[in-house]
Design a protein around this ligand. Structure first.
Ligand code: HEC
Length: 124
């Protein structure tokens, strides 16, 4: 049973990491996106569209949200949101959709972008 101690330690580290990482992603979302974007489809409207089920969803698909002409023009033309598109969007939202009304800068840190994308993809 000599190997048990390191294995147990590794297990504890890994087990501890999962929920902690998820909590970090959730608080990152809350800090950077949550003021403007609800994730619960039944949540009251916020300044931005509801992002429930975003990954896999077409662009500009929140029926309750009044999108900018830029996003309305992209509706049905731009590819649906997937992880790659979302990471690209977050790097520079206006570059993807000139005239966007998001009023939030992109995320410069690729690690943060990846974390948000993973978080949103996990809520599909
Ligand atoms: C200051 C408010 C605000 C913040 C903060 C914000 N957004 Fe937005 N976002 C908006 C608005 C408003 C729109 C709609 C823009 C338009 O109509 O041109 C939008 C649009 C979007 C869209 C397109 C949605 C669709 O239905 O196709 C995505 C994706 C998105 N935001 C993701 C994010 C993420 C992820 C974050 C956090 C990193 C974030 N936004 C931060 C206000 C915000």
């Amino acid at each position: 049973m000599k190997a048990a101690a390191p294995a147990l330690a590794l297990f504890l580290i890994l087990a501890g990491h999962g929920p902690a990482a998820a909590a970090d992603a959730a608080s990152l979302y809350a800090a950077r996106c949550g003021t403007c974007h609800a994730l619960d489809p039944a949540a009251p409207e916020k300044p931005g569209p509801n992002l429930a089920g975003l990954v896999g969803r077409p662009v500009a698909a929140d029926p309750r949200f009044d999108y900018s002409p830029a996003l309305r023009a992209a509706r049905g033309k731009a590819p649906a949101w997937n992880e790659t598109r979302l990471a690209e969007f977050l790097a520079d939202p206006e570059e993807m959709f000139p005239g966007l009304w998001m009023g939030a800068n992109g995320m410069r840190d690729p690690g943060e972008r990846a974390e948000i994308v993973k978080f949103l993809a996990g809520r599909r």
